[in-house]
Design a protein around this ligand. Structure first.
Ligand code: ATP
Ligand code: MG
Length: 383
């Protein structure tokens, strides 16, 4: 069975295009691992030939590939007018069988030696379909289905395209380190940045034994789900219990969440440097909780120099949940295990933290060696 994959935004990228296509092709091969697939590329079209038994698996792989606008199962036939017409009629019969009433033909001819030009293909194929499939009529403006004919080294005929993820191939924008909690937001943030070409590593901070093993398993599961779209995720699991205890002992309670976030950022930046990540990614969304006011975000980021990407910053919860469901993370995200942030979390947190005060309190924690220790002792999983 042959699928046609349509490239997305990367067709706009001028000089980088070759590089982007190479990454896309590599990612496609990785996602199709285990399937005997033949991939060929011509003029911004990918053709993927897979055995019939692997069709479902292949479609599942396409649905997880950033960088394509869509794909379609395609009929392939010899480059003769007659074979082309038969393929169009067969395609039309399948559409009619599905209850489709109106159609039009669209044609593209990259091989100019074909005896009919694009207009000729549309006219002849349209006529043949009308004569042979009485259930269908032509509607040029708003057809229920479009039958596409492409004349290349062979003739390709296809109708129902499935929408792809769009975006850019994972890897063209370097690596980012995602701060992955067990919540709804951070996996979505990772997914969105992957769609801008960022390869994703993740770091999770836990406070075992105050947080459970189940909570860590849940995070590993979320990393695995995210990894389906990002060609795997390397998850760094860091024990933050000592650090949280230190904050509890030495800092005013209202500041504890902001200070914990600052410590997380410090640790994350350090790990990011080790895994050659160029940015940090969080699931923060402005005003969603007390620690996500503009002032507190400023405090949180004041201890790191690396850019922090926050793709959810302007999104509302419903839109975030919608994506979470789409990527298959939601059911796992809502499992009710305690996150380390909810430990010792103040009833009345600072809402508009002052950066100078935040830095001074952070300094007083004398926490750098604890952070270094926690990073040394981290456990790394490849998911
Ligand atoms: P999420 O749904 O991602 O947990 P949230 O709405 O609960 O987000 P917060 O708990 O304030 O928001 O966390 C904000 C961001 O900080 C998270 O999206 C995540 O990127 C990071 N973060 C929070 N807790 C942790 C943790 N335990 N380990 C790693 N990152 C974390
Ligand atoms: Mg959270």
């Amino acid at each position: 069975m042959v699928y046609l994959l349509k490239l997305g935004e990367l067709t706009l990228k001028g000089e980088n295009r070759g590089e982007f296509e190479k990454v896309l092709q590599h990612n496609l091969k990785m996602l199709l691992a285990g399937i005997t697939a033949k991939i060929s590329v011509t003029n911004g079209r990918y053709f993927v030939d897979v055995p019939e038994a692997c069709a479902e698996q292949a479609e599942n792989a396409f649905s997880r590939l950033f960088g394509i606008t869509g794909w379609a199962l395609t009929r392939v036939c010899e480059k003769t007018v007659n074979a082309m017409l038969i393929a169009c009629i067969e395609e039309a019969r399948v559409l009619a069988g599905k209850g489709v009433k109106t159609f039009k033909i669209e044609a593209r001819r990259t091989d100019k030696s074909f005896p009919l030009d694009s207009y000729g293909i549309m006219a002849n194929a349209g006529q043949s379909v009308l004569e042979n499939v009485p259930a269908l009529t032509v509607n040029v403006k708003t057809p229920s289905s479009v039958i596409n004919v492409e004349i290349r080294e062979k003739v390709y005929v296809y109708s129902n395209s499935v929408k792809g993820l769009r975006g850019l191939p994972v890897g063209v924008a370097g690596r980012g380190l995602l701060l992955l909690s067990g919540g709804i937001d951070s996996p979505v943030a990772g997914f969105l940045m992957a769609g801008r070409g960022v390869s994703i590593d993740a770091v999770h901070f836990h406070a075992y034994p105050f947080t459970s093993n189940e909570a860590q398993q849940k995070v590993a599961k979320l990393a695995e789900i995210l990894g389906r779209y990002t060609l795997g995720v390397c998850l760094h699991v860091v024990g933050f219990t000592d650090i949280q205890m230190r904050i509890k002992e030495r800092a005013p309670l209202p500041w504890s969440t902001v200070l914990l976030r600052m410590a997380m950022m410090r640790a994350a930046e350090n790990i990011a440097a080790q895994c050659r990540a160029r940015c940090l990614i969080t699931g923060e969304s402005l005003s969603q909780v007390a620690s996500q006011t503009a002032e507190n975000i400023a405090c949180t980021q004041s201890v790191v120099a690396m850019p922090i990407l926050r793709p959810l910053i302007g999104m509302d919860k419903e839109a975030i949940i919608h994506i979470s469901e789409k990527i298959g993370a939601y059911k796992t995200s809502i499992l009710p295990y305690k996150d380390c942030c909810t430990l010792f979390s103040p009833k009345h947190p600072v809402l508009r933290g002052d950066i100078k005060e935040a830095l001074s309190l952070f300094e007083k924690l004398d926490i750098n060696s604890l952070i270094e220790q926690s990073i040394k002792e981290r456990v790394i999983y490849r998911l």
